[in-house]
Design a protein around this ligand. Structure first.
Ligand code: IMP
Length: 430
């Protein structure tokens, strides 16, 4: 029996939704452990499309327990809307199927306002965030002034917490030229939403401990990608949470041995949304073609994604920082028909060859990718369900990726359809 953590191994948008859904069918409990509704996971089940942002992917499957862990930042109004939308698609969501950690920090309307105000301020401050208040909410968590789910249960505590947050935020808002926050209005709104959130609130760490002791299979569902990790990503152009696999334990309240298999989701090429370094980015017809064929537009913001060649150097880095045991390779079919395909194997920094991306922004900006060029394949890989269905050129590409990143392919996804998947190793190992 193995508990599995799924993380994005690049800058997010690797196609986690399908893989998480595929695995959640085999799991008993599905846990979100970081991020918030900046995520966008699209699931296609029997032709029905479900778009999830804050809810764990397990909610659409009967008989599963879905958990929002303490590592997440939660916008309660968004969550209620998302629950309603998913319920309208015929999915049952009850306190027996969805639990929210009582110690989960809340994203409040002023977090979103602050996020967007900063983004709009100057080019120097711009990160290209999703504008959903993720960063400001995490700042408040670390600053010990955030309002948490459990605080909704008691009016006096809630008022105290709001006052504590407002001391900081009103000072900040005045500097940014924003109106002070309407304290009583905010408390009233929180009191109104509380009864819709509190039935789901639980000491989730206990539930998970129990599930672990009972030998239930737990799937930890990561959002974003390891290159957006607050510590190991391309700082400051990152999200505000730890995205790497170690966060699965901290963000849910289970010990570090809770995860026995870490699966990195890896797209066969690279994309990124928002600002920040992207060594293999393409500004030519090949980049356009990757974007068009891969439908590279954000699920959450609709923004056009930047596209480029596969960066094996960065994924090798992610494999190390997340302790990846295997990868799920997605969207290989987008490369069908390319005459030549490039893979970045390292960087050149002033004539020196590096096998990692340096941390300093200045050095990063002087790094140029070192490419290995491979012959493409003309046949289609779309919908392949076994290695035998794949053209020789595609197999060669996959094998070379495994070699370069030092991590084997456990799953190969060949279309958005769940059955178009080649299974090499079952991460749940049974
Ligand atoms: P934030 O998470 O909204 O603060 O945005 C910070 C950075 O992370 C920006 O570059 C976003 O585009 C990026 N980001 C956040 N969530 C996702 C995601 O789910 N997929 C891809 N990029 C994301």
């Amino acid at each position: 029996m193995a508990n599995v953590a799924v993380i994005g191994a690049q800058w997010g948008d690797e196609g986690k939704g399908k893989i998480v859904d595929w695995l959640s069918e085999r799991a008993d409990v599905i846990v979100r452990f970081q991020g918030g509704h900046n995520a966008g996971h699209t699931l296609v089940i029997d032709g029905t499309v479900y778009k999830l942002h804050a809810l764990p992917s397990g909610v659409v499957r009967k008989g599963k327990l879905s958990v929002i862990g303490n590592g997440v930042v939660l916008d309660p109004w968004h969550l209620v809307r998302e629950i309603e939308a998913i319920r309208a698609q015929g999915v049952e969501i009850t306190p027996d199927t969805l639990m929210i950690a009582e110690n989960t920090p809340l994203i409040l309307p002023f977090h979103g306002e602050l996020d967007r105000a900063r983004e709009g301020q100057t080019a120097v401050a711009k990160i290209g965030t999703t504008g959903r208040g993720i960063g400001p909410a995490y700042e408040d968590k670390v600053g010990r002034r955030v309002i948490r789910v459990a605080d909704l249960a008691d009016e006096a505590t809630l008022a105290l917490r709001v006052d504590r947050a407002l001391v900081h935020h009103n000072a900040l808002r005045s500097g940014l030229g924003l109106e002070p926050i309407d304290r009583d209005g905010l408390i009233a709104e929180l009191r109104e939403i509380a009864p819709q959130i509190l039935p789901f609130a639980k000491p989730v760490w206990r539930e998970l401990d129990q599930a672990k002791r009972e030998g239930k299979r737990i799937l930890f569902e990561g959002a974003q990608g390891a290159l957006l990790d607050i510590d190991f990503g391309t700082y400051p152009y990152v999200t505000s949470s730890n995205v790497i696999a170690g966060q699965a334990a901290t963000g849910s309240g289970l010990g570090p041995d809770a995860v026995e298999f870490t699966l990195g989701i890896v797209k066969a090429y690279t994309t990124r949304v928002g600002e920040g370094p992207f060594p293999t980015e393409l500004h030519d017809v090949d980049g356009e073609r990757l974007g068009e064929r891969g439908h590279e537009f954000g699920t959450t913001t609709g923004r056009k994604r930047r596209c480029g060649w596969f960066d094996a150097c960065l994924v090798r880095q992610t494999a190390a920082t997340s302790g990846m045991h295997g990868i799920a390779l997605t969207k290989l079919d987008v490369l069908d028909g390319f005459e030549r395909i490039k893979v970045c194997t390292g960087y050149d920094l002033d004539g020196e060859r590096l096998d990692y991306l340096p941390t300093a922004s200045e050095a990063q900006s002087r790094c140029t990718p070192v490419y290995e060029e491979m012959e493409g394949w003309t046949e289609s890989t779309e919908g392949a369900r076994s290695w035998a269905d794949l053209p020789a050129g595609a197999i060669k590409y996959v094998r070379r990726i495994e070699e370069l990143i030092g991590c084997p392919v456990a799953l190969l996804s060949t279309s958005p359809e769940r059955d178009d998947t080649i299974l090499v190793t079952d991460p749940f190992r049974d």
